[in-house]
Write a protein that binds this ligand. Sequence first.
Ligand code: PHE
Ligand code: NA
Length: 455
Amino acid sequence: IAGASSNSAGRGLWSSRWVFFLAATGSAVGLGNIWKFPYITGQNGGGAFVLVYLACILAIGIPLLMTEVMIGRRGRANPEGAIAALAREARASRHWRWLGTLVVLTGFLILSFYTVIAGWAVAYTPTAMSGGFSGLNGESSGALFGAMLANPWKLAGYGTLVLLLTLAIVAFGVRGGLERSLRFLMPGLFVLLLVLVGYAATTGHFMQAVHFLFDADFSKLSGQGVLVALGHAFFTLSLASGAMMAYGSYLPAGTSIARTALMVALADTGVALLAGLAIFPLVFANGLEPGAGPGLIFVTLPIAFGQMPLGQMIGGLFFIMLAIAALTSAISLSEPTIAWLTEKFGISRLKAVLASGITLWLLSLGTVLSFNAWSEVTLLGKTFFDSLDFLTTNLLMPLGGLATVLFAGWALSRKLVQESIGIDQPQLFALWWQALRVVTPLGILVVFLHSLGLF
Ligand code: PHE
Ligand code: NA
């Protein structure tokens, strides 16, 4: 109704709230849930980390998710344009637009390594289908993964494939393809994860995994670990990277942002916890190290696929679905940059895709080489990939998130925000408003200072 034609020329809208929900869930659910969450949980000692992560989702992630979608929808432009428009409307400083530039850059940098990791899932699909996992144990599975990492040509090839696919979809319009693929992807991924959790329950180490994931022993959690939990809450909900603002800018007016955001966060958290429950029983059953790092799912799951009935088919399906889940996230990671380039510089969508594609590809080679030729080239003990991951997830995202809540909570007026967020009950809005203005900024600051060892 309203909104269907109220936007400026050239900017389309999602055809319904349901499609927006699918797209936002497609953005949120990805490698963060299935690849990253289990391995950083393992590295940071388990239960206490999970608890802090869940608290960050609830107290910081969800209010910020609503805020970002609101900014996008109200501003009806790429992140920089939307923030500039809102700042103008509220007579706030012009300099807030830099926040928009920052989040676009963050998403761009993440995309440069995201496609490489997604390439791992693509690379494992044919291996799974052709029975390449049969008879694997902890050691041989680790060796198989190590052999892949050692081959820069293979990593670059599959990473390039994912990047090309992402850019092709983005160049030729996001919506149709996204909607169609998400309709079967999300339920399919959920069912497969349930199957894997069911299989994991037969390993005899299921309860050990449950204890590992949910018994909070705070002596195992460092200040850095708390920052990693906060950073991951941003990463997993696609926050502070322009993605949710960009998707919000295509959201028709008059739909409830609050309810949709809650559903997205719930689906995202559910998938992450299921992934943890599927993977840790296998870690313990096969005598693997929970803190083994980025290879965790690529070492554990193949062992299970090699043993279970129908493992070839289930394993192949799993890695295809993981790749598609990553693809829908990668698309959302690129949209802020593409919208920014086209709207700010007035160039065509195709030109924007080509320009960003070349830069992304060059950057992605740095991540590829981090796992082989450059694995000894480090800065403060971190490889190129580690540095990029730390810079984006643990520094730029918390900073961008902090600036975003300060912008919405303190630079914009309560009236403007209340009008655009669409929370009808006044008490509920008051609660959210206080969370936004006080809880989120303080929460982020406390985590930051704690990670620096200040208290
Ligand atoms: N949320 C995605 C995941 O968990 C990653 C992502 C981050 C996507 C930032 C968009 C923006 O895999
Ligand atoms: Na996620």
